[in-house]
Design a protein around this ligand. Structure first.
Ligand SMILES: Cc1ncc(COP(=O)(O)O)c(C=O)c1O
Length: 374
């Protein structure tokens, strides 16, 4: 049997809406993007969403909106996809890593305050695999030291903890619609916040800093524009938005299906003693990735066995601070963030999506069980 690592949820509704865009005049940022932004904000119960080309773009612009200037520090986690800390460097900031909780992989909020210096401008937590970090603690530190909170919520569209969801309160939240995310447009992202001025700034920064985008000029009859700030080219287009609009309506249904799969996996793996991240109480897990933690010495062999038996499985993530660029530029070495390093060497992500059939779920469990015993 072959079980793919991921299958997206693009169906007839999405294809029809994309066709409508393709048969229309306006392929780039326009009414479909507006509609997507409204529906995303409404789903998240947040005030503003801005459609972008990726979560990386959202994180980069969030750093700029947070006022990160050359040499400013942003506290973040080395247990993430490299986009998280790269976005800080893209804004000329310096990523300052602190280690993660050893039993969840999320940034250890108790270590953040010790890392705050006069140069710290923001905290960038990642809701790893879909579990929200301790936002209560992080908001308290941010308030005390006047820092901006930028949530990397690429895994956490559906997540909730202690009454918080990403992008509420005073934080900026960044989402990904990359090919394997719970709603996917191939590439795509969004910035979400509750501040109108910041949302307007992000809209300007996504299109070179021009004071009005084309669709707005068409609507209002404006003939020209100014550029009063340096921006980038990160605007979501109508094709991406048309792929996403129908998917927003299915977020909860798809999440429930993944939650069901995750429950079956957790029960089965607990029985045979496979280690998995602890799950918080008072929390709704976004269920983006299903990780298992195996012995670091055996991990690569186990992964190979799983793949050889037709099950898609990958590693999420290598430790960022040990990438050669990060070692060379910032002097990071082995041993600096031991929990991150252990997770990086022991993690395997297995298939988690709504289209998994019962027999596929059972096959994944069988193969993983055999792999750890082999
Ligand atoms: C935690 C995390 N942050 C950021 C990103 C970057 O997202 P994008 O590919 O949309 O730029 C990803 C992508 O997979 C991610 O997993």
């Amino acid at each position: 049997m072959n079980v793919e690592f991921f299958k997206h949820n693009v169906g007839n509704q999405e294809i029809k809406l994309v066709e409508k865009v393709l048969r229309s005049l306006f392929l780039t940022t326009g009414a479909y993007v507006d509609q997507f932004e409204e529906s995303l904000a409404s789903y998240l119960n947040a005030k503003y969403a801005v459609g972008l080309t990726s979560c990386t773009a959202a994180l980069h612009l969030a750093c700029i909106a947070a006022g990160v200037k050359p040499g400013d520090e942003v506290i973040t986690t080395p247990m993430s996809f490299v986009a998280t800390s790269n976005s800080i460097i893209m804004a000329d900031g310096i990523p300052v890593f602190v280690d993660v909780e050893k039993d969840t992989g999320n940034i250890d909020a108790n270590l953040i305050e010790k890392a705050v210096t006069r140069k710290t401008r923001a905290i960038m937590p990642v809701h790893l695999y879909g579990q929200m970090v301790d936002m209560k603690k992080i908001f308290a530190i941010a308030k005390k030291h006047k820092l901006v909170v930028i949530e990397d919520a690429a895994h956490a569209l559906e997540a909730k903890r202690d009454g918080f969801r990403p992008g509420q309160k005073t934080s900026f939240a960044c989402f990904s619609f990359y090919a394997t995310k719970s709603i996917a447009s191939g590439e795509g992202g969004a910035f979400v916040c509750d501040n109108k001025t910041i949302a307007k700034l992000i809209k300007k920064l996504r299109s070179h800093g021009i004071t009005s985008e084309l669709a707005q000029r068409v609507r209002t009859g404006l003939k020209t524009y100014d550029v009063d700030i340096l921006g980038w080219k990160y605007n979501m287009d109508n094709i991406q938005a048309a792929l996403l609009i129908p998917q927003v309506k299915k977020i909860e249904r798809e999440w429930k299906a993944r939650e069901g799969v995750a429950k079956i996996y957790r029960q089965a793996f607990k029985k045979i003693g496979i280690d998995m991240p602890r799950e918080y109480k008072n929390s709704k897990h976004g269920r983006h990735i299903f990780p298992i933690w195996v012995s670091p010495e055996k991990r690569d062999k186990i992964l190979e066995y799983i793949n050889k038996h037709g099950v898609g499985a990958v590693i999420n993530y290598p430790a960022i601070h040990l990438f050669s660029y990060y070692r060379k530029r910032f002097g990071y070495k082995e041993g600096m963030f031991p929990h991150t390093e252990r997770i990086a060497l022991s993690e395997i992500s297995i298939p988690l999506y709504s289209k998994l059939a019962d027999k596929e779920i059972n096959y994944v469990i069988k193969v993983v069980s055999q792999a750890v015993k082999a």
